[in-house]
Design a binder for this molecule. Structure first.
Ligand SMILES: [Zn+2]
Length: 175
């Protein structure tokens, strides 16, 4: 069976991207994991019932939905995260860094897209604010494609710009 078959058909693209990023980053490869991550994330963010249906107000009403989603994911995948978390700064604890990055990505996902100014070329682009960028600034698709290949590792790129399909290069950002 294809991995894709187990992701609910109506999964919002940004949630799917989050689950793919999570699996890629922490080397999670079970055939059920992508769908499971989509569902528990949606349920905690109050945008899904945890059983493949999506819409606002369908999940659990938490005080801090991204934090609840992060904690649920860490409870489920803590050992895998500890084994596979990429090192961002050798002086910092890898698990703590991973937990902090997951929460930042979930907080970005939780905010609606907006018009941002590309920090590199100054163009207007659609994205979600990333905590490590000045307010109102993001990165456009053309610029990230140059930066990816030449100046930074994938891990550094996440730290600087967030995640493709969540904070930049959104499907709705047509040229
Ligand atoms: Zn640009």
């Amino acid at each position: 069976m294809q991995k894709e078959d187990l992701v609910p058909a109506d999964t919002p693209p940004v949630l799917r991207r989050f689950a793919e990023w999570f699996c890629d980053t922490f080397e999670i490869r079970g055939i059920c994991d992508l769908g499971y991550i989509v569902n528990i994330t949606a349920m905690n963010l109050n945008i899904g019932d945890g059983q493949g249906r999506f819409g606002s107000g369908m999940g659990q009403d938490h005080e801090d939905p991204p934090l609840a989603a992060r904690d649920h994911l860490v409870a489920s995948y803590g050992t895998t995260i500890a084994d596979n978390a990429p090192e961002v700064d050798e002086l910092l604890d890898r698990v703590a860094q991973a937990k902090s990055t997951i929460l930042s990505v979930l907080r970005a996902l939780w905010t609606p897209p907006s018009r941002l100014t590309c920090c590199c070329c100054g163009a207007s682009t659609t994205g979600r604010q990333w905590y490590n960028r000045d307010n109102g600034f993001g990165i456009c698709r053309d610029c990230i494609d140059c930066i990816d290949m030449t100046r930074h590792t994938v891990t550094e790129c996440v730290s600087l710009y967030g995640v493709r399909g969540i904070t930049y290069d959104l499907p709705s950002d047509q040229p």
